[in-house]
Design a protein around this ligand. Structure first.
Ligand SMILES: [Zn+2]
Length: 322
């Protein structure tokens, strides 16, 4: 007897009934780049449709995000002053802190998450304090604590540490608990690879390292088991959500985390993944909308509950049209 699996593919309605995964607006977080200064609205050449805004120009972008019912934004701050420790990150009047206060005041329904790192704020572009040509893990943890407390005081809804320092989740959890923020959740960049897919982001966030690379703290793309180890430590240290970054080339890692942890799993559909689809679509080589939807759906299928993506507005527009 032939097993006729095609019976359940015959019409769109039966396909709808047996469809296993769905991408919805509820799944999406939209990253925003906020630059200190005035009258800034700079398109990022390698990321068509994505801009850097100053606080006086960002309202129309936020209006659109809210109108499209995207639940959350992830903020990256670009300060006008950098130094070797990234001390602007814990300035209560820094660009990130101002942005949080501005958005929570004017768009109270929007869920605001801050990236917690130093690379946009250090003169050398690395994710912490440099000692003997490498990032000093434990000295950086002290400053991470100062940074999250400052974000918390500004009123952020969730913090997302991205620097891949050992012990960073524990340091952040203790810092928040000890300063009256025990209910502020942490989304950890738990498994973050040292990836060429971040290229366009470094233009966007002005965060390329001036020497060396990030391979002493970000993970080697060859490693899978190590991803489980990283996620286990962050889970034990108190991360509320575990993230995998990048997404498309690391779907196996997303599935590993989904199978092994009883926590929501997020993935970051990074700038290079976005740029490839936009560029090929611009050339007319692929159907950009369909490849976008199929790529994001693959992340859901792999096990992601949450997708951080520059496509969030495009996806929301497409889903609302249906
Ligand atoms: Zn960083």
């Amino acid at each position: 007897m032939i097993n006729r699996t095609r019976r359940l593919r015959k019409t769109e309605n039966i396909r709808r009934l047996v469809r296993e995964h769905k991408l919805t607006i509820d799944d999406l977080i939209y990253p925003l780049f906020i630059e200190e200064g005035e009258n800034i609205e700079t398109e990022i050449v390698s990321m068509p449709g994505i801009k850097r805004f100053s606080l006086d120009t960002i309202s129309k972008e936020l209006d659109e995000v809210v109108a499209l019912d995207i639940p959350a934004v992830l903020l990256f701050g670009i300060p006008s002053e950098k130094d070797d420790t990234g001390s602007e990150t814990w300035n209560d009047d820094g660009i990130m802190q101002q942005a949080v206060r501005f958005i929570k005041k004017n768009y109270p329904s929007l869920y605001v998450i801050t990236d917690v790192c130093f690379c946009e704020y250090t003169s050398h572009g690395h994710c912490g304090i440099i000692h003997e040509n490498d990032v000093d893990n434990d000295a950086t943890l002290v400053n991470i604590a100062k940074q999250v407390i400052s974000h918390a005081k500004a009123g952020v809804d969730m913090v997302a540490p991205s620097g891949m320092m050992d012990g960073m989740i524990l340091s952040i959890r203790e810092a928040l608990d000890n300063t009256g923020f025990p209910n502020l959740p942490i989304m950890s960049y738990a498994v973050k690879y040292s990836s060429a897919f971040y290229g366009p982001f470094r233009d966007a966030a002005d965060s390329a390292p001036t020497f060396g690379d990030r391979r002493t703290y970000q993970m080697d793309p060859s490693n899978r088991d190590e991803g489980l180890r990283e996620a286990t430590f962050d889970d034990q240290e108190g991360a509320d959500i575990l993230m995998v970054k990048p997404a498309l080339a690391y779907l196996d890692i997303i599935r590993d985390l989904k199978n092994n942890f009883d926590r929501p799993i997020a993935c970051y559909n990074v700038s290079g993944e976005y740029a490839m689809i936009k560029a090929a679509a611009e050339k007319g080589w692929i159907d950009g909308d369909r490849v976008m939807m199929e790529s994001l759906l693959s992340m859901k299928r792999a096990g992601a509950d949450i997708i951080i993506t520059y496509f969030a507005k495009d996806v929301a527009k497409l889903l609302l049209k249906k």
